[in-house]
Design a protein around this ligand. Structure first.
Ligand code: SAH
Length: 213
């Protein structure tokens, strides 16, 4: 598959759709206009890549809806060189958005097949996260902590304490919390022991799975 002018045109339209739903950050909209989302999907879904929808990416997982990616990214308020941890790499589309905003990205995926596939894809596309690990994101990435921002792209039954503890003071955790549907939740770390919590609407994600040993 290639990236053609018709794809660019569809991306511009998608960015308009996402903006109409309330996304204002120009850098986030620019990421949507730039990143070739059709290349993150199997070719059979190519025609759907620029609809504002989630799609299957194999192993019972999905690529998040562009609006959701934009909403979560906007909440992180990324500045260039911020250290951002992503839990749930999946197709790598959200990772590419974070890289487009010039973040240093650390990303974790627990599903083996997807990890391998996305690792090759990043190499092919020259997307360069600082670190791409295979494992359980419930534990965060203690060796690389603390982070300016942490984004969880799967529905968490509860907030993993490790993630809160790996935030810098002033850092932000964006996490969808809930079982059947999730409430997008933002935690801002205001001091060593204090967090400000904000709830920002209802979403639907595949579950965040914990490896219990
Ligand atoms: N950001 C991805 C979203 C993929 S769906 C994209 O847009 O493509 C969520 C991903 O989280 C899935 O790939 C799933 O395997 C992964 N996941 C679920 N639980 C996890 C965990 N505990 N640690 C790391 N990844 C996890």
């Amino acid at each position: 598959m290639r990236d053609l002018p018709k794809h660019k045109g569809k991306r511009n339209q998608l960015a308009e759709v996402v903006a109409a739903k309330g996304i204002k950050d120009e850098k986030v909209l620019d990421a949507i206009k730039t990143i070739p989302r059709h290349l993150f999907l199997d070719s059979s879904f190519e025609d759907h890549a620029y609809q504002d929808k989630a799609f299957p990416i194999g192993a019972e997982q999905t690529i998040s809806q562009p609006y959701t990616v934009a909403f979560q990214t906007e909440l992180l308020k990324i500045k260039p060189n911020d250290k951002i941890l992503e839990i749930g790499t999946g197709s790598g589309y959200q990772t590419a958005v974070l890289l487009h905003l010039k973040a240093k990205v650390y990303t974790v995926e627990r599903q083996g097949e997807l990890f391998k596939k996305t690792k090759l894809f990043f190499e092919k596309m020259n997307y360069r996260p600082k670190k791409f690990s295979f494992g359980d994101g419930y534990k965060g990435m203690p060796k690389e902590a603390p982070f300016d921002g942490i984004i969880v792209t799967a529905g968490a039954p509860e907030v993993p304490p490790a993630l809160l503890s790996q935030l810098k003071i002033g850092g932000r955790l964006v996490i969808p919390v809930g079982i059947d549907t999730q409430i997008m939740t933002l935690f801002l770390r205001t001091s060593e022991k204090e967090f400000k919590k904000q709830e920002l609407g209802s979403f639907r994600f595949v579950p965040l799975l914990e490896d219990k040993n």
